[in-house]
Design a protein around this ligand. Structure first.
Ligand code: GUN
Length: 295
């Protein structure tokens, strides 16, 4: 058996066409949804993400602002930029790209973002609202995974979802979202992490396995139940002497072998990747819609 592929490009195309309609409706009310992205320093991966976010905004006809600050920017200077964005009426949502340079405290910066403009859903007020099942926004990567499941007709109700990884960006919010009542949720959750004893024993019980552990090819075929759905959030660059640039991108799942036993699986690249930016755009549009209602 070879698994059905769950492709973020296809799923995000569907969401983008819905977003385009919502953007047209906003513009007819005189509002262009605006998203700002703040990058401090020169981390190459962050530079790529920030460029992609700006490009997607423009493609969708949204107002896009990218603020690039030097590595030596002080925390105070960054907090002033955050405060200006909080007060900027043309910006409905924004984010500060992580990681930040070591001399800046990430929590202090996240706490300074107006929760109504928190496009990443990283502010503790928004994390709390999500946990109690009354979300203002959803964090982009877990929301993207959930949409992949919903839009690929994967039943989640009553299923055992095993999440590998407990990060604030993916694992923890993913668990919070999948245990809620409602569509794409109603699941029984187990979270597995670096201190878990006998990880394979637990992953083999998963109907749906969501992997965000940051270790290349960590999940092997013997760790997956026959017929399970496997979503791979990992992106790792590993050496590949046969590749032109000497490296290749792989997920946290040994895709070539696991696809033989799973019923559906997301590849890397081409799986979860495109969903994060898509759900970020969705948050910005949602924020703009709310701003219109409050006028
Ligand atoms: N760094 C890696 N992923 C993310 C993300 O989703 N948002 C922000 N702000 N920084 C990140």
């Amino acid at each position: 058996m070879s698994a059905r592929l769950i492709l973020g490009k296809e799923v995000s195309d569907g969401i983008y066409s819905e977003l385009r309609e919502r953007i047209v409706a906003l513009k007819s009310k005189g509002v262009t949804p605006g998203l700002a992205v703040v990058l401090v320093g020169e981390d190459p991966a962050s530079q790529v993400y920030v460029r992609m976010k700006g490009k997607k905004c423009e493609e969708l006809g949204m107002h896009s602002v990218t603020i690039i600050l030097p590595e030596k920017t002080t925390q105070e200077e960054l907090l002033k930029v955050v405060s200006d964005l909080n007060n900027d009426k043309s910006i409905h949502g924004f984010l500060v790209q992580l990681p930040l340079p070591k001399h800046i405290d990430e929590d202090t910066v996240i706490n300074a973002i107006d929760p109504n403009k928190d496009a990443d859903c990283f502010h503790p007020a928004n994390v709390g609202k999500m946990l109690i099942g009354n979300p203002s926004f959803l964090p982009a990567t877990p929301a993207g995974v959930q949409q992949m499941l919903i839009r690929s007709d994967v039943e989640t109700s009553g299923k055992h979802v095993v999440i590998l990884g407990r990060s604030n960006i993916v694992g923890k919010p993913m668990a919070a979202m999948m245990m809620q009542k409602g569509k794409g949720a109603d699941s029984t959750i187990t979270v597995v992490h670096s201190r878990t004893k006998d990880i394979p024993m637990i992953t083999r019980q998963a109907d749906i396995l969501i992997v965000a552990i940051g270790k290349p090819l960590f999940v092997t075929k013997d760790m997956v139940k026959e017929g399970a759905v496997v979503i791979d959030v990992g992106t790792n660059r590993i050496e590949d002497p046969t590749a032109k640039n000497g490296s290749k991108l792989v997920g946290d799942v040994d895709f070539d072998n696991v696809k033989e036993i799973a019923s559906a699986i997301s590849p890397v690249p081409g799986g979860v990747g495109p969903m994060t930016i898509c759900m970020l755009m969705a948050n910005a549009v949602t924020a703009a819609e709310r701003a219109v209602l409050l006028r």
